[in-house]
Design a protein around this ligand. Structure first.
Ligand code: FE2
Ligand code: FE2
Length: 212
């Protein structure tokens, strides 16, 4: 179960309405039960940054997203649905608990068989849990590899909060951050996705698969 008072607790839960908070904690608990992990702190955020847990990443994304949302509202007048935004920030990587390849213990989804894009499985879980189309669709399309991205203010804020947090983990793991990669993904004409990483301290390499 999620303990919001624990030192390693999820950020942002207190910002949610009681109904959304209950829905968020219930879907996380349900997904943890389906996963090989005992909690979000046990799951890695990415195979390339094994010391950066999913809990660390989610908390970084929630805190960054809160700052960006406040700035965008106060300086640019952007309208933000805070209950939806915080739920999106908290749940955007929910399916990482179930995706194979992040851990040898993760067997719930064999990506080599399904090639299931990151975000899609999370969106299914959130739809079944009764979340709004804004939350479901934003999570479904949030990956940098998604061919389509949401146009809402909440999707805009999630994108930059997510990449900011991901780049922090890459910089502290001696991996070239996305902002220094000249071209980190391309979709070939046949629809397949190739990855190319180039940066000041890392030679070009193709074929590495990653989810953010
Ligand atoms: Fe993600
Ligand atoms: Fe993320």
């Amino acid at each position: 179960m999620i303990d919001s008072d624990a030192p390693q607790a999820l950020a942002g839960l207190a910002m949610l309405t009681a109904d959304t908070r209950n829905r968020v904690t219930a879907v996380i608990d349900k997904t943890i039960a389906l996963s090989p992990y005992g909690g979000i702190a046990d799951a890695p955020c990415s195979p390339s940054c094994p010391d950066y847990s999913l809990l660390d990443h989610v908390n970084d994304v929630v805190r960054t997203g809160e700052l960006l949302g406040r700035m965008a509202g106060e300086s640019w007048g952007l309208d933000v649905d805070w209950d939806s935004l915080v739920a999106i920030l908290l749940l955007h990587d929910l399916d990482k608990l179930l995706m194979a390849g992040l851990s040898e213990r993760a067997t719930a989804v064999q990506s080599s068989d399904l090639e299931l894009p990151h975000g899609v499985l999370g969106a299914f879980l959130l739809r079944d849990a009764g979340f709004s189309p804004l939350v479901v669709n934003t999570v479904a399309m949030h990956s940098v590899m998604s061919p389509v991205h949401g146009s809402s203010n909440e999707a805009f804020i999630l994108h930059y909060a997510d990449l900011f947090a991901a780049d922090h983990s890459r910089r502290t793991s001696d991996i070239v951050p996305f902002y220094q990669i000249a071209q980190y993904a391309r979709r070939d004409v046949d629809g397949s996705v190739a990855y190319r990483e180039t940066g000041p301290s890392q030679p070009a390499a193709e074929g590495s698969r990653r989810v953010e």
